[in-house]
Write a protein that binds this ligand. Structure first.
Ligand code: ZN
Length: 284
């Protein structure tokens, strides 16, 4: 049997199963790393898994030749900063482990068993409290020295939008201007409590569309999958498509924007299924 772990800023999901089937799963709150390691170990202890795919919130060290491979790096979650996640987990669990980001894991799930079926390339983005992206090309995760940081590219601010960025590092990055908390900051209301036609959704959709044009120019995937809390709001993906078509001009052609920019086919399971896909790669 295969194992899968999806670690997010607020919750951790552990599961066992096969690429196309989740047999059992359990959810934990994200706390401090050692307590969470204990819970993860307890979950897998009596379940017979040989390989585990792990998708971890970033930034993380994914370079196998690095001294800090498997570490969590400069995350705003201070208890997790510089924590040797993979090393600690391996002390307690005897299984092969594939370690990557949560978005790469979800991208792999969608690529193999969701919106990417029959396609050679797929870009997955999550747009929630954080914004991140992962690109799969020919079945492989695309990365250089480390994983991409697609949430932190600069986007041009719209006139009159003077909200303070939600990113501690960049005044005008996509995450700082378009994540869930930025919506709250502009309106003093949570996104889910706002009318779907509130103009803030048009604004963040435009920022997201600007970023999607940049990604398209650089990567030109066959499909872009958008997940995360902001995308779950009614009407947001339609607004993003509308701005995308308008802003892209005629420089490149997209035949059908509705099938180019899509929601995850595996709904909330892209990450867990992706973990199984990654685990299965270690079995071969
Ligand atoms: Zn940033």
């Amino acid at each position: 049997m295969l194992g899968s772990i999806e670690l997010g800023g607020t919750k951790i999901i552990c599961a066992v199963g096969y690429e196309d089937k989740i047999i059992e799963r359990q959810r934990f709150d994200t706390k401090n790393p050692l307590d969470n390691i204990k819970e993860i170990q307890e979950f897998f202890k009596d379940r017979d898994v040989t390989s585990i795919g792990i998708g971890m919130f970033g930034p993380i060290d994914v370079d196998k030749d690095s001294k800090t491979y498997g570490y969590v790096l400069k995350t705003p979650k201070l208890k997790w900063q510089n924590f040797d996640f993979l090393g600690n987990l391996k002390k307690h669990l005897d299984a092969k482990m594939y370690f990557t980001t949560d978005v790469n894991e979800a991208a792999m799930g969608e690529y193999e068993l969701g919106a990417g079926i029959g396609k050679k390339s797929l870009l997955y983005l999550t747009i929630g409290t954080g914004i991140g992206g992962g690109m799969i090309y020919n079945g492989e995760i695309l990365q250089g020295v480390t994983h991409p940081e697609m949430g932190h590219i600069e986007v041009t601010r719209e006139e009159g939008d003077d909200v303070k960025s939600n990113c501690a590092f960049h005044e005008n990055c996509l995450e700082g201007l378009s994540n869930g908390p930025s919506i709250e900051k502009r309106t003093n209301k949570k996104g889910e409590d706002l009318d779907k036609d509130d103009k803030v959704f048009d604004l963040v959709s435009k920022y997201i569309a600007k970023a999607l044009i940049t990604y398209t120019l650089i990567l030109r995937p066959e499909v872009i999958v958008l997940g995360g809390g902001v995308i779950n709001k009614d009407g947001v993906i339609e607004k993003i498509r509308k701005h995308f078509v308008k802003l892209k001009t005629d420089y490149f052609d997209i035949d059908d924007v509705d099938s180019y920019i899509v929601k995850p086919k595996l709904s909330n399971n892209s990450g867990i299924i992706g973990g199984f896909v990654l685990a299965n790669k270690l079995e071969k």
